[in-house]
Design a protein around this ligand. Structure first.
Ligand code: FES
Ligand code: FES
Length: 182
């Protein structure tokens, strides 16, 4: 098995690896680096589930050899948030219920991020055109387009609120804490 050395930066972290010459970038990310947020939907460059950014541009990582990514800067869905603060697109997808099974979501968000970097205020038609390489098998396109639009207009806001506890949970927790006092 012939291997080639690859040196690349992924989500700000430098990696030096020896990889099989035929290894695809998507498999390097998922299997060698454990970044499983990048999905494989088709492996034939049709679905967009594997979309990442290479040197700032959205690419389908199932169409790129790992060796071709030598010397590049790669960003995956795991690198989009700022610590605990979601990226505006992630927040917008949350707010607008722009996912069902979620399988297409990382690729959709990475493609949308590339679109907004090039066109910060796209029309609905431009969003649909920009995402045409990404397929959603749950056909949630309406809310996906809505989420991209709200991220573009700054309506998606900042961090995710912690979900409210179920009714009565606080009282129960307080009662338990009270009972544990010496
Ligand atoms: S897995 Fe790459 S386009 Fe479908
Ligand atoms: S949310 Fe299921 S494939 Fe898009």
């Amino acid at each position: 098995m012939s291997t080639v050395p690859v040196s690349l930066t992924v989500n700000g972290e430098r990696h030096e690896l020896d990889v099989e010459a035929r290894l695809l970038l998507v498999h390097l990310l998922r299997d060698r680096l454990g970044l499983t947020g990048t999905h494989v939907g088709c492996d034939t460059s049709n679905c967009g589930a594997c979309t990442v950014h290479v040197d700032g541009e959205a690419v389908k990582s199932c169409t790129v050899l790992a060796a071709q990514a030598d010397g590049t800067n790669v960003t995956t869905i795991e690198g989009l948030a700022d610590g605990d603060k979601l990226h505006p697109l992630q927040q917008a997808f949350w707010n607008d219920h722009a996912l069902q099974c979620g399988y297409c979501t990382p690729g959709m968000i990475m493609s949308a991020a590339d679109l907004l970097a090039r066109n910060p205020d796209p029309s609905e038609e431009e969003i649909r055109h920009g995402l045409e390489g990404n397929l959603c098998r749950c056909t949630g396109y309406h809310n996906i387009v809505k989420a991209v639009k709200s991220a573009a207009t700054g309506q998606s806001g900042g961090t995710v609120e912690a979900p409210a506890p179920p009714e009565g949970a606080r009282e129960t927790a307080e009662a338990v804490a009270e009972g544990m006092k010496p």
